[in-house]
Design a binder for this molecule. Structure first.
Ligand code: SF4
Ligand code: SF4
Length: 136
């Protein structure tokens, strides 16, 4: 399961991720991370069977936690032009057999590249919002 972590600035210097891994002895995958002077955000993936425990553990340490869908495609606005398909680094956005464009949530790392590419503003990042590479 993917978990989006939103770190308040007062937690930046604390080894929260390391302490959680050591305490829970859980293997996790960091899919994306971003920190600047105002915010810290990390998208991780953990085995489903320990996800609830991991979420609780981060919350107890003061980290805001988001789970669920990461991204949404507004099919009313989308014209299936494919601009987002060509830039997605994980092939999460793809063409279906009927040539409509769809998003595979399990492959998305919420990098926001597709959001910037869409001329119709049809792609919306959910929850934490992601960091657009173009703004780095
Ligand atoms: S946010 Fe990134 S990984 Fe997710 S669908 Fe868009 S381009 Fe692909
Ligand atoms: S770039 Fe926008 S309009 Fe084009 S296929 Fe992707 S979501 Fe649809």
């Amino acid at each position: 399961m993917k978990i989006l972590l939103d770190y308040p600035t007062d937690l930046f210097e604390k080894p929260i991720l390391a302490s959680m891994i050591l305490e829970k002895k859980v293997l996790l995958n960091i899919l994306r991370a971003y920190v600047d002077g105002r915010r810290g955000e990390m998208l991780i993936e953990v085995p489903n069977e320990v996800a609830d425990d991991v979420v609780k553990s981060f919350k107890n340490r003061g980290v805001k936690v988001h789970t669920g869908s990461l991204i949404e495609l507004d099919s009313e606005l989308c014209v299936d032009c494919g601009a987002c398909v060509s830039v997605c680094p994980t092939t999460a956005i793809h063409y279906e057999e009927d040539l409509s464009v769809a998003i595979n949530q399990s492959k998305c790392i919420q990098c926001a590249i597709c959001v910037d590419s869409c001329p119709r503003f049809a792609i919306i990042l959910k929850q934490g919002g992601g960091i657009s590479f173009s703004s780095l």
